[in-house]
Design a protein around this ligand. Structure first.
Ligand code: NAP
Length: 468
């Protein structure tokens, strides 16, 4: 990797730490406007490289630019800084100094973009937007699944940032496996955001931890997104739930990190009968050859588990398989590992007690979904699902992640490597470092902490949250 990329990013970091909230909001909006203006060109290149289709890709550009504008709002609102002031109390016992705490940018951030969202989780996606928003330069490692699109997006982002007055070096793109490794090991990089496989994320996480100066690694990895259908829900609407699952696990040819990959259903369910009769869509092209190979070997692994039966579809995908709880107990590792692509596993349970016990076998997921009636949505069931996932859905399907202030797109290992989200307003928290200033003269403080609240942002003063 050309070392000049990080030299420029380091220089930009020094300038960006002094940038105002309004300046950074303007940079993000400039990037959003520039991407919107080039939607047709971007979608044409993306469709050629990813086969995701014009409709989906056009929507994803809008989601991406909406995301950039949300982060502009987050910056201007200012509560993300967590500005907190405890005024001096010289007569207290013991006396207390004046202490003022806030969050500051961590420094240059490396972003590994995803294969399956060529806009929203790629070059100008949520990781890039949230790092730039809080004043961190970004170096993106392009995903090899859409190289031309990555270059075109980077060109648009770089141009828009320059026109809007952002420092040179605020953004850069690198390509190739070796450059990715070099980026994680580079002493100027202060954090890494990654979206991809468990194996790749784990390798890069360990590399970040093994550096002479370890850095935080925020990985969004693999997730099976369990769904539970209770007996009550099955009796009330088993057939419509089956249609909902079929649409959700085949969306984007099943290449969503939130795809429902394992569904617990009562034995002899109307849900399973309806699913066996649903017309599944034809198999779409997969994003990359390696993802296609991973899907084929994942399906082979599932079909080789004793007790697994084909419910619908074919091994080429999409397909639904089913297994009794006994098979899950003996082969949890094979049945509960993510298979990225259009396949879902039904697990048939005979009693609520056995269902609850089997949920303990689940690893961490981005989401968990409960389809229940009021009478059988027990607190125990909800608590069990809460322990495995970062977003708990009641009814509905997990594909589709709204970009809002309250969103959480994360979960226990292996769905992520941290407690943070990569989607929604609080995604910025990953790229911030707390600092407390003790007895600092007003002029030495960042404006967010100065007397009189010159930025007019929400602050906590002597324990009370307000706008003072
Ligand atoms: P991947 O193989 O992990 O690749 C992702 C990126 O990491 C690529 O740029 C790749 O670079 C790099 N990489 C992977 N292993 C590496 C290693 N050992 N050392 C250095 N760099 C490495 O992932 P993918 O195949 O593109 O995506 C599919 C997977 O991503 C699925 O399992 C899916 O669940 C997951 N995913 C998760 C989310 C989420 O939000 N949790 C979203 C989308 C996808 P090179 O290719 O250049 O080597």
């Amino acid at each position: 990797m050309d070392d000049a990329v990080l030299v420029r990013a380091t220089a930009a970091a020094a300038a960006m730490v002094r940038s105002t909230l309004a300046e950074r909001a303007a940079w993000l909006r400039a990037v959003a406007d520039a991407l919107d203006a080039r939607t047709a060109d971007l979608v044409a290149v993306a469709d050629r490289e990813t086969h995701l289709g014009e409709g989906r890709l056009t929507g994803e550009v809008a989601r991406t630019t909406g995301q950039l504008r949300l982060f502009a709002d987050v910056v201007l609102e200012g509560s993300y800084l967590e500005a907190t002031i405890d005024q001096a109390a010289p007569t207290a016992a013991p006396p207390r100094p004046d202490l003022r705490r806030m969050l500051r940018p961590i420094g240059p951030v490396a972003v590994f973009s995803a294969s399956n969202f060529p806009f929203a989780f790629s070059v100008a996606g949520g990781d890039t937007a949230s790092a730039l928003a809080v004043g961190c330069p970004v170096v993106v490692k392009a995903h090899p699944g859409h190289p031309e699109l990555s270059r075109l997006t980077a060109e648009i982002v770089t141009g828009a940032l320059a026109t809007a007055g952002a420092p040179t070096g605020a953004f850069a793109l690198v390509e190739g496996y070796e450059d990715g490794i070099a980026l994680v090991g580079h002493p100027a990089v202060m954090a890494v955001a990654f979206t991809g496989s468990v194996a790749g994320g784990r390798a890069l996480h360990d590399l970040a931890a093994a550096r002479p100066a370890p850095i935080p690694f925020y990985g969004e990895l693999g997730s099976v997104n369990p769904v539970v259908v209770t007996g009550g829900a099955d009796a009330a609407r088993g057939a419509s739930l089956a249609a909902g699952l079929a649409a959700s696990f085949t969306l984007g040819t099943g290449q969503f990190c939130t795809k429902p990959g394992v569904v617990f259903v009562p034995e002899g369910s109307a849900f399973e009968r309806a699913l066996a009769a649903v017309d599944l869509p034809a198999a779409g092209a997969m994003l990359t050859d390696s993802i296609a190979r991973g899907f084929a070997s994942g399906v082979d692994r599932l079909l080789a588990v004793p007790g697994v039966e084909l419910v619908s579809g074919s091994a080429d995908g999409p397909l639904v398989v089913a297994a009794p709880l006994d098979a899950l107990e003996a082969h949890a590792e094979e049945l509960l590992a993510e298979v990225f692509g259009p396949v879902t596993v039904l697990v048939r349970y005979g009693s609520d007690e056995r269902l609850l016990a089997s949920l303990d076998k689940l690893e961490g997921s981005l989401t968990a979904t409960l389809h229940a009636e009021e009478s059988d949505a027990t607190a125990e069931l909800v608590e069990r699902l809460e322990t495995v996932a970062g977003r708990l859905l009641f009814a509905g399907w997990p594909t589709g992640v709204a970009v809002t202030w309250s969103q959480h797109h994360g979960g226990p290992w292996p769905s992520t490597t941290s407690q943070f989200t990569s989607v929604g307003a609080t995604a910025v928290r990953r790229f911030l470092r707390p600092i407390a200033y003790q007895d600092a003269p007003d002029a030495a403080l960042p404006p967010a902490l100065r007397d009189g609240n010159p930025l007019g942002i929400p602050r906590r003063v002597d324990g009370v949250l307000g706008q003072v």
